[in-house]
Write a protein that binds this ligand. Sequence first.
Ligand code: ADP
Length: 430
Amino acid sequence: MWSRLSETGRLALACLAVAVGVSIHDPARAVISALIAAVVFAVFAALIPSTVARQERVAQQAQRPLWPDNATKAVAEAFGHPVYILDPQGNVRYANQLSTQVFSAARVGDPLNFSFRQPEIARLLELSMKNQERAVAMYHERVPADRWFLVSVSPVLSQVTSGQPSWFMVTFIDQSEIKRAEEMRSDFIANASHELRTPLVSLRGFVETLQGPASADPQATKRFLAIMLEQAERMSRLIDDLLSLSRIEMKAHLRPREEVDIRDVINLVQRSLENQAESLGVVVNTDLPSGPAMVRGDRDELVQVFSNLVENACKYGQSGGKVDISVSLLNEQNSSDNSGTRGVGSAGSVEVAVRDYGPGIAAEHLPRLTERFYRVDIADSRQKQGTGLGLAIVKHILARHGTRLNVSSRPGEGATFSVKFPSIELAERG
Ligand code: ADP
């Protein structure tokens, strides 16, 4: 304010001096010179404030550092997410290490908008810079992969620049996992409702038919009741599988501690599926080691895993006429099991393989088989009393056991589903 007054005062004095000088020299022009001096004063006085403001801005910019100091950079590095530090013009002045790993490198010195050519990012920067406050938005990147980030732009205030932001800190927090989990949950609910609704609609239709047109037809009644029972059983299988899944998910973080001999599990599975296999015309063979094949696990869950696999092998591989279940003890050096180590329970792993000789599975289906409700042929699965959840249950149980399912198959040559468990060393058990 003072500087503005002094500038204006100086200008007034100069104008006055010129006017007085002209008047003394030529009194006849006193009035006109006073008028000219007044106009000159008015024009320049109007220009002075903007000139001063520009000078103040230049002085402030001269004070503002061009690059962030080490402490600010250290904060950006410690953040654990991609971070960019921008100057108030939106140019990148620092990019932390994570940002260069997650995104293709943004060039320091270039505007951030050059690297993220997305209107939502440009709008966010503009908003934060204009209002000088934090602005947050969700950013969806489609290329090279579908990723979601919560982007936040925050002004970093500094005493050096008298409360004006020296920097704007842009952080990207990855939300892709949360988004995917949300999508999976809603897909799952939609699929489960659809699977339950189909038999329910059919049941309702038969009830209405029995109440109406077929009420006096004992033969139709008998036939319809059999179909209704089938639909009710389908619903209850689905509910059982859904409950199994949720039970397994609830204890997903707990590693099972029991010691289980896999041979007992396989013998039990073979016995319990004997009738079903026989009715399908399938022979189930086992090839087990002579000694224990111990693994850490939950016996009931392992029975469920191999029941699902053997039942699938019988149902979908029925045309092959046989299913082979083999248990092999593998040690670290020798992954084949032709050695004399069988039955000794040596260090290494226990591999269980269920092989059928049916039509096999085309390669494009293999990575998706363990997804909930994924079926190669929906009608075929339904006709074989499938729920589409069997392999999803297998996958979750195996994850809890620290292992996973391997599937290998070629169309026309059957399929092999195998699992490798780390065996319990005899030494460890004393
Ligand atoms: P479902 O209840 O339909 O059997 P699963 O999750 O157990 O569901 O299996 C998913 C799909 O994988 C099945 O619908 C079937 O298409 C395919 N599948 C599973 N096991 C075999 C197999 N041994 N041979 C061929 N296809 C199989």
